[in-house]
Write a protein of this length. Structure first.
Length: 215
């Protein structure tokens, strides 16, 4: 792969995911909820922390993107702890903090030891794509569980899809990895399912999917 194409795909991914994070933050404060499911957030936050600060990297476009993602994700973590308690059953409210901390610890340990097992380029890839698949599945389940569009938007859904499609192309062309290709295709399928389901939910609620105004 040419260096130019690699940089272009990195920027597409970086910009798309930054839009996703900003939109999740906006909807989180607007709707008084969190927009990324807990375990998706835990693994995602761990990946960005580890590959921004714990793993030595050159000053590259991807490293800059990782740091920006980490800072944005930190705000999403804040919205989770600020608004997430209300999603817990009243009978289990005292377990909210221990359960949440355990999720973040699990995410950190899983991502970090995948990095140690594979190291370098492959450690980043083999931890990023599976947790991205987890995120795609959990977005669908969050939509079904909530039965509303709170904390969600079509922009989040579409840019998440684009943000993963770009590195799928980049890693597949660059490495020839069939595992990355398979994970990328599966992620794309779930992202497409989420886009369709979210659009249908907006239609069911008789809301414009882009302005959220009644139709």
């Amino acid at each position: 792969m040419s260096p130019t194409l690699s940089i272009v795909l990195t920027l597409i991914s970086g910009i798309s995911w930054s839009v996703v994070y900003l939109a999740i933050i906006y909807r989180g404060f607007k709707d008084h909820t969190y927009g990324m499911p807990l375990f998706a957030l835990a693994f995602n936050f761990a990946w960005e922390f580890i590959f921004s600060f714990l793993v030595k990297q050159d000053f590259s476009a991807q490293w800059v993107v990782n740091v920006i993602w980490f800072l944005l994700d930190a705000v999403i973590v804040y919205t989770y702890f600020r608004y997430g308690r209300k999603d817990f059953p009243a009978s289990a409210e005292k377990s909210f903090i221990p359960w949440s901390v355990a999720a973040f610890l699990t995410g950190f340990l899983a991502v970090y030891f995948i990095h140690l097992e594979f190291e370098g380029y492959w450690g980043a890839a083999y931890s990023a794509f599976p947790q991205n698949l987890l995120m795609s599945i959990l977005f669908v389940t969050m939509l079904v569980r909530r039965g509303s569009v709170d904390g969600q938007s079509m922009g989040i859904a579409v840019f998440k899809c684009l943000g993963t499609l770009a590195p799928t192309i980049q890693f597949t062309i660059g490495t020839g990895s069939r595992l990355i290709l398979a994970l990328g295709i599966t992620i794309f399928i779930y992202d497409a399912i989420y886009i369709v389901m979210l659009a249908r939910k907006f239609a069911e609620l008789r809301l414009n999917p882009f302005t959220r105004r009644p139709i």
